[in-house]
Write a new protein. Structure first.
Length: 232
């Protein structure tokens, strides 16, 4: 009786582990296809174009950022400052304008404008690119909701429509951000963002497998010992 119970219990637990591993494998594949940003170089001269190919496993928002060169400590006031004006809409220093049209040939046609610089690293300054709307006739402001990238592969074309005099001719990188991340995840993408923590999930599955392997070895050894005693 105990052997039947132990055997069935081990079988059920192994089946559950295999199901968990299948879920993990499928989830990791979807995560790998979704987690990377796409970088595209472009020169800030009106009329200049660049192209990028982006794949999404489902419809996703078009989140974009412009990366400007500059080592840490360098001052670039032409990129603006995210400090807001007091009592009136807009920023104290919105920075030199950057406006880029984004098309995918399937209906997406949107103008994005650079917000003032909101971050920097050791090698870059960052300006988010928002869908453009002119709330005061002059200053581009963010206007969510964001346009959507279609499911599957999108072939994007970026065209520079405007660049301020201090930025003319500068080569930057356009970053199409992933729809998942530690700081921000797009609505409907929570099932994929779970796999940001894949090392912890993998550790749990590994420990589970080791425990199961140990129990299976113990069960088989016990069955052999009982069989040997019966023969004796």
């Amino acid at each position: 009786m105990w052997r039947t119970f132990c055997k069935m219990s081990l079988v059920v637990i192994w089946v559950l582990w295999l199901a968990a591993m299948a879920w993990f494998a499928v989830g990791m594949l979807r995560y790998v296809l979704s987690a990377d940003a796409t970088l595209t170089p472009i020169i800030l001269t009106p009329g200049q174009s660049a192209h990028a190919e982006v794949y999404r496993i489902r419809e996703a928002p078009l989140w974009m950022e412009a990366r400007f060169g500059g080592p840490m400590g360098r001052k670039r006031p032409e990129l603006g400052d995210h400090t807001a004006r007091v009592g009136t809409p807009g920023f104290i220093n919105p920075g030199e304008p950057v406006r880029i049209r984004v098309r995918d040939g399937k209906g997406l046609d949107v103008m994005v404008a650079a917000a003032p610089s909101s971050g920097a690293s050791a090698t870059h300054f960052y300006r988010k690119l928002w869908p453009e709307s002119h709330t005061d006739g002059a200053l581009p402001e963010p206007a969510p909701p964001f346009p959507k990238l279609a499911k599957g592969t999108s072939h994007l074309t970026f065209t520079v429509e405007e660049a301020g005099p201090a930025l003319q001719g500068e080569q930057i990188e356009l970053e199409i951000s992933a729809p998942i991340g530690l700081k921000r995840t797009a609505p409907g993408w929570d099932d994929v963002s779970t796999f940001i923590f894949w090392p912890f999930i993998a550790t749990i599955l590994s420990v589970w497998a080791l425990v199961l392997a140990g129990l299976t070895w113990w069960y088989r050894r016990r069955v052999r010992r009982v069989a040997l005693k019966a023969l004796a």
